[in-house]
Structure formats: structure tokens, C-alpha cells
Design a binder for this molecule. Structure first.
Ligand code: MSP
Length: 630
């Protein structure tokens, strides 16, 4: 049996549409799967959606539809997005799939039968956003550290998984396998959790409160806690318990997640596996968070970056490249369109784009559109060829260490060597002297071969560009170009017909950024009038306003909307409190209240996001507070 590789992404909640955070994880998983495939491994890449639990039930209720209808809709958004981003997952799992639900019940029964699930009572602070209970000391100023909202206090009788029993085993396992959780900062974080006594995990929810879940096999009055259900997808997705895929891929399983869900993956999941008699996974790879202009991305702040907007505006490979290159795997990164444009121009338009267009133009001009036959090689040629092999070794190490950004740095090091080779060998001077035709042929051949190697190197990261480049080199069977071909310099057949190349990455002019934006507005999908009618828009007068303590952006406002209410909005950078008092604004009056940094907001104001910041909607004739807007 050959080498195998199995990579998973988190299965995403279906309570919100995909954004660049989801895209990043899934693109990294795609890069890994493609790289291992090109390196001769049999691979399996799993992604999907997590569809049960409070959060989804609430979102469905807000949308006024059944949870399953809601889940179908958002799950399809994820499923349909991935091919648009050239993501080639082998399977898309949904936790509402019947076979998944069956396996969850089997595992629950198995763990119950061994005595590791028991019935007990619980009270604690529950954050619906995180779908989990928090200990008092984990809260920051009484708020959930992730969602900055006050958790609900819940008191319930429930089923518990005896997680505490596996604490010592888990500590030992992490110590014996230093790269079980990586990078190291997250291994340390997991070990830090484990320094405290591990509590048993509440794994059920009473049906009196939540019905949207998998019924426990041993008690009809309860559904399964969403994390216990969701984590099991990693084995159901490859056919546990019987499938051949399970036998092949489970022993080499690697998970890819962001730091937000380290605890369920680093603590709950290995102990659940242990209790069910299944070997733990091999690696948990944890990356940081994408923030936008230094702030956390969130719907309430209105700064969510949508993958398709960027792809449509700048092209898919520029988008994939930016995400992969800009984030140091493991650390947070800040997204801004400015840095996106800068990086695209520097690395793709200049370094890579110029190399390709220069080399192709010279080859077409001097050798009539075919790959020349190289002559005798010089020391410089040998050094150049050796750099390609060395780059392959570096790239391999970067993948072993789970550092895709570093792999790109190594590849761009080779691109820069190739650009230097052009400058140092001066083909344009050689071309003037017919006696040097042989040397010119060798130089151009080496440069074309370097382009072939680059196409192979970049194939996992920016596959569409790699394919185009190979096609321009007259290679019509891209499957023949795997990583093993990087070992022997000279695989590009002389005589191959070259295609005239269009600029693969035109420079983005900064002024173009705006014109393009105007030329291609992107609208949300159509909705019916009945859907629109559900939104209760009202005129409101701002009575009082102040910044929420410790926030530079959130304004708390008392409004008159026919009744007095408090709303919170992320307008603090654009409006001073005193500026907003007295204004007549438009508010969505029937939005479910939400807490922002501990303050409950009962409505959302309408504003437009311009290049100069947010601007409130205003009126040319003043209506009454509370009047309907339609
Ligand atoms: N449903 C759970 C996961 C269950 S896995 C058995 C969940 N879903 S989620 O929709 O909230 O997705 C969280 C994951 O999305 C993160 O771990 C990460 O992979 C990705 N990201 C979401 N926001 C992100 C950023 N802002 N930055 C980077 N990745 C982020 O948790």
C-alpha cells in the first residue's frame, strides 16, 4: 500500500454565509491535498457543514423557516462556493446526513455501554455563540471572551461524558507526540487547559429546550450536544466503521482548524476517540484568525469580507495567493484591500508575471515558437538547475512543518533566481551574435525549463495559473507534471510548440480599484416581497448616545421608535455621540436582540459604507418617530 494523506477542515456552521476565514482554511486544506497528491500520495480531503444545535435553530427561527430548510440553503452556499475557488474536496459531509446520524448514535451507545456516559445535573454559563458552557473564571468581565456577550445561566439535568477519566492519558499522549497539536503555541495552550482538572462534558440537551439535533439512542427525551455530533463527522466522512477509506485514511488523519475551536478538537475529540476505542488523529494543525483592518470580522460590525467579491474583482489565483502568502500559519493576519493589491502587484505581476512574459517573448522571438534544443551546459546552468532541486527540498520541509507561507517564500526565491539568471546571461546580447546561437538556445531552454518547474511548484497553490503556464509550454497532459519531475532538470521536451502568452497577472492600478468597483456591483440573491415584508423598518429619533466603555467603535444609543429602546452600532469612528443625538434615523425594529460588548441592542440602524466611512440614511422631510419605512 502506498503513502496516504487525509486532511479535514472544520465543518462550518450554517448560521451565516461563507467569508474569507472559511475560505482560508478550506483553501489551505486544498493546497495540502494537492501537494500530497502531486507528491505521489493517495489523498482524501473532507469538508462540510455542521447543521444541528441552538445556533442553527435560532437562525432558522429568525429567518422564519424550518431548521432543515435553512440548513439546506446555507449548506448549499458553502458547497457551491468551493468549486468557484478551485477547491477539490473529495466529499462534502452534512451532519444531517442519515449515515452520519447513524454513526453518532452508534458511538454514543458504545461509550454509554462502557459506562463513560452518565446522567447528572448541571448549572453554568452557556454561550449560544460558542455552543458551550463556560466556567466562571473563563469569562472576561462576566462576558464570553469570544463573543463579548453575557452567557445565559442554565440549570439542567443532562448526560455527561466522563472526559475527566482521560485527562492523564491525553497529557501523556501530547507529551509523547510533540507535533500532535501544532504549531507549538497551541500545543502549549492545550497543555495549559489540561493543567486544571478536566470537567466531564455535558453531551445532551433536553428536548424541552431544543429538538434540532440527533436523539440520544438511550433516552428519547434528549438530543446530542452539537459538538459531540459534529466532531464525529471526521470518521463518518470516510466510512467508519467498515469502509476501506476508513482503514486507509484514519491512521494518517490530520485536522485543520483555526484557534477558536482548539478546545473541542484538542481536548474533547481525542478523549471521545479514546473512549470509543478509536486511535487518535495524527496532527491537529491550528492557524490564526483573519481580522479586517485590525478588527474581528463580524456581521454586526459590517466588515465581513466575502470570497467571491474578491475573486470577481481581482481573479481567483490572486485571491488564493494572497491568503496563503500573507498569513504566517499559526498567527493572526489583518486583511486589507491595500495590502492585497500591493502583494499582487509585487509578487504576481512583477516577480512571476514579468519572468513569464520576458522568457516567453524571447523564446518566441529567437526560436520561432518552439522549445530550443539545449547545447553544452555551463557551471551557471548547473547551479541554476541545482537551485530547482534545492527548492523542492525546502518546499517539502515547509509542508512537513505545516508552513504553506514559507513554501511560497521558497518558491519565490527560485523565481528570483530565474529573474537573476535572465539578467546575468543577457540573452538579448547573445542574440546579436550568430556564433552564440548555441549558448542562446541553452539559456532559453533553461529558462523555459525553470518555468515548467515553477508551474509544478505553484500547482498546489494557484492551480489555474499552473495549468495555463504548462499549456503555454506546450504540455497538454498536466497530470504528467508531478513533484517527482522536479528531480531531473530537462523534462521539458525540445521542439514543444510554445503559445503566445497573455499577461497572466496585469498590474492593478490603484485608481482601477474604484472604477472596477463601480463597473461590477454585486447584488445579493433575489428575495420575494413576502420575505422583504418580514423586515420592520421604522423611523427613530436618537435621544442619547455614548461610546460603549472600552470600545472605540461601538455607540450605545437611546432611541425613540414609538417607544424608548437602546441600540448599539459600530459607528463610533464615523460619528461622535454628540453629533448623532437628535438625528432621525432608520432602524430594523424586529431584529432579534443581540449583545455587543455586554450591551443589549434592540434593533439595527441603516447606514451606507462609503470610502469615507459609514453614512447614516437621512430624510428630506422629517417624519414622526416610529413611522414605518417601506
Ligand atoms: N461548526 C464548528 C466546527 C465544527 S468541526 C467538527 C465551527 N464552525 S464555524 O463556522 O464557526 O467555523 C469555524 C472555523 O472557520 C475556524 O476554525 C476557521 O477554520 C474558520 N474561520 C472562521 N472565521 C475565521 C477567521 N476570521 N479567520 C480564520 N479562520 C476563521 O466552529
Amino acid at each position: 500500500m502506498g503513502k496516504s494523506y487525509y486532511i479535514t477542515t472544520p465543518i462550518y456552521y450554517v448560521n451565516a454565509s461563507p467569508h474569507i476565514g472559511h475560505a482560508y482554511t478550506t483553501i489551505v486544506a486544498d493546497v495540502l491535498a494537492r501537494y500530497y497528491q502531486l507528491s505521489g500520495f493517495r489523498t482524501f480531503f473532507l469538508t462540510g457543514t455542521d447543521e444541528h444545535g441552538d445556533k442553527i435553530a435560532e437562525a432558522a427561527q429568525q429567518a422564519g423557516v424550518e431548521p432543515k430548510t435553512y440548513a439546506d440553503r446555507i449548506s448549499a452556499q458553502f458547497r457551491n462556493l468551493w468549486p468557484e475557488l478551485s477547491i477539490k474536496n473529495d466529499y462534502f459531509i452534512r451532519t444531517t446526513d442519515e449515515n452520519h446520524m447513524q454513526v453518532v448514535r452508534t458511538i454514543l451507545q458504545k461509550v454509554y455501554d462502557t459506562g463513560d456516559i452518565y446522567f447528572g445535573h448541571y448549572e453554568g454559563h452557556y454561550c449560544v455563540g460558542c455552543e458551550r458552557f463556560y466556567m466562571e473564571k473563563e469569562l472576561v468581565g462576566g462576558l464570553c471572551p469570544d463573543h463579548q456577550c453575557e452567557p445565559e445561566f442554565r440549570k439542567e439535568s443532562n448526560y455527561f461524558f466522563r472526559m475527566s477519566k482521560y485527562q492523564d492519558w491525553l497529557i501523556q499522549h501530547i507529551q509523547d507526540h510533540p507535533d500532535f497539536i501544532r504549531p507549538e503555541r497551541y500545543r502549549n495552550e492545550a497543555l495549559a487547559f489540561l493543567r486544571e482538572p478536566l470537567e466531564d462534558l455535558c453531551i445532551s440537551r433536553p428536548k424541552t429546550r431544543l429538538t434540532w439535533g440527533i436523539t440520544l439512542p438511550f433516552d428519547d427525551n434528549y438530543v446530542t450536544y452539537v459538538w459531540f455530533d459534529a466532531l464525529i463527522n471526521y470518521i463518518t466522512g470516510i466510512g467508519y466503521p467498515e469502509g476501506e477509506n476508513f482503514r486507509t485514511f484514519w491512521p494518517v488523519a490530520e485536522h485543520l482548524i483555526a484557534k477558536d475551536i482548539l478546545k473541542p478538537h484538542g481536548i474533547y475529540w481525542p478523549t471521545m476517540l479514546k473512549a470509543a476505542g478509536i486511535e487518535p488523529y495524527r496532527h491537529l494543525n491550528v492557524h490564526g484568525y483573519w481580522n479586517v483592518d485590525q478588527s474581528k470580522m463580524s456581521k454586526s460590525l459590517g466588515n465581513v469580507v466575502k470570497p467571491l467579491d474578491l475573486k470577481d474583482k481581482y481573479g481567483l489565483d490572486a485571491f488564493r495567493y494572497f491568503l496563503l502568502r500573507d498569513m504566517v500559519f499559526g498567527l493572526d493576519s489583518s486583511f486589507s484591500e491595500e495590502s492585497f493589491v500591493q502583494r499582487t502587484n509585487a509578487d504576481l505581476a512583477n516577480d512571476l508575471g514579468n519572468l513569464i512574459s520576458r522568457v516567453m517573448a524571447m523564446a518566441l522571438k529567437y526560436f520561432d515558437g518552439t522549445v530550443p534544443q539545449p547545447g553544452a551546459t555551463s557551471v551557471a546552468d548547473q547551479v541554476f538547475a541545482a537551485t530547482a532541486r534545492q527548492t523542492r527540498e525546502e518546499v517539502d520541509v515547509c509542508f512537513q512543518e505545516m508552513a504553506p507561507h514559507k513554501a511560497l517564500m521558497a518558491i519565490w526565491g527560485f523565481i528570483s533566481t530565474a529573474n537573476k539568471f535572465v539578467v546575468e546571461s543577457e540573452p538579448w546580447t547573445l542574440a546579436k551574435d550568430p556564433a552564440k546561437k548555441d549558448r542562446l538556445a541553452t539559456v532559453i531552454y533553461n529558462l523555459l525549463e525553470a518555468l515548467r518547474c515553477i508551474a509544478v511548484f505553484i500547482a498546489p497553490f494557484i492551480p489555474d495559473t499552473a495549468q495555463k503556464l504548462l499549456a503555454h509550454l506546450g504540455i497538454n497532459d498536466p497530470e504528467s507534471q508531478d513533484f517527482s519531475t522536479l528531480q531531473d532538470w530537462g523534462r521539458l521536451p525540445p521542439g514543444n510548440p510554445l503559445k503566445k502568452i497573455e499577461a497572466l497577472f496585469p498590474r492593478i492600478e490603484v485608481k482601477n480599484m474604484e472604477t472596477q468597483e463601480k463597473a461590477a456591483p454585486i447584488f445579493k440573491p433575489e428575495i420575494s416581497y413576502e420575505d422583504f415584508e418580514k423586515v420592520d423598518l421604522r423611523v427613530a429619533k436618537v435621544l442619547e448616545a455614548e461610546l460603549v466603555p472600552k470600545s472605540s467603535k461601538l455607540l450605545k444609543m437611546k432611541i425613540d421608535i414609538g417607544e424608548e429602546r437602546v441600540i448599539v452600532a459600530g459607528m463610533g469612528k464615523d460619528y461622535k455621540p454628540e453629533e448623532i443625538v437628535g438625528k432621525m434615523i432608520v432602524v430594523v425594529a424586529n431584529l432579534k436582540p443581540t449583545k455587543l460588548m455586554g450591551v443589549e441592542s434592540r434593533g439595527m440602524l441603516l447606514a451606507t459604507d462609503t470610502a469615507d466611512g459609514l453614512t447614516l440614511l437621512s430624510f428630506d422631510r422629517l417624519p414622526e418617530a416610529g413611522a414605518k419605512v417601506r
